[in-house]
Design a protein around this ligand. Structure first.
Ligand SMILES: [Zn+2]
Length: 180
């Protein structure tokens, strides 16, 4: 690989967009030079001058920089992330898993999410989990600990502490309230 290509990738240099694409052997994804995805290892990078050539070798276009067409606006990107969180809140989600799924650095992902959603991704995950926990507390007889793990917080003590901090009540007190 020519040094100037590598430097363009390192610098997310938009001036090179359209002149080449780079594919990453380990992820099977290809990107524009300006993509804010995590910097791959140099030895895993392959340069393509035409996106068709990358596609022909079974590389998939990055969902972030959309080398196959129009770049997704940040609003739509954050909406996809929110939908992902709402669907998978019960799974072990973290900034790292999100950044893996959405092909972006944790820094860029967090910054964009916060700017558009008004809260960090982790705060949003918490909100969704607590809302789901409240619903289960009211509508089921499941033990508190089980509810915690059902909503992605398998550490019972952590779940109870967070719940109380956000609602002012322990999960049990919340459940016993006559009116919600
Ligand atoms: Zn990309």
């Amino acid at each position: 690989m020519q040094e100037r290509f590598w430097q363009a990738i390192v610098a997310n240099d938009a001036a090179y967009d359209g002149t080449f694409y780079y594919a990453v052997a380990t992820t099977g994804i290809f990107c524009r030079p300006s993509c804010k995805s995590r910097l791959p290892k140099r030895e895993h990078v392959r340069i393509f001058h035409h996106r068709e050539a990358a596609i022909a070798e079974s590389y998939r276009p990055c969902k972030r920089c959309r080398p196959d067409g129009i770049r997704l606006p940040d609003e739509a990107w954050v909406a996809e992330m929110k939908a992902h969180i709402e669907e998978r809140f019960a799974e072990p989600l973290s900034l790292a898993t999100l950044s893996e799924h959405f092909y972006a650095s944790t820094y860029h992902l967090q910054r964009t999410f916060k700017r558009i959603a008004g809260v960090t991704p982790l705060m949003y995950i918490q909100e969704i989990r607590l809302a789901a926990a409240k619903k289960l507390l009211i509508t089921t007889d499941m033990p508190v600990q089980v509810i915690g793990s059902q909503v992605g917080m398998s550490n019972a003590a952590h779940f109870a502490t967070l719940f109380q901090k956000k609602t002012g009540l322990t999960p049990t007190e919340f459940r016993q309230q006559p009116v919600h």
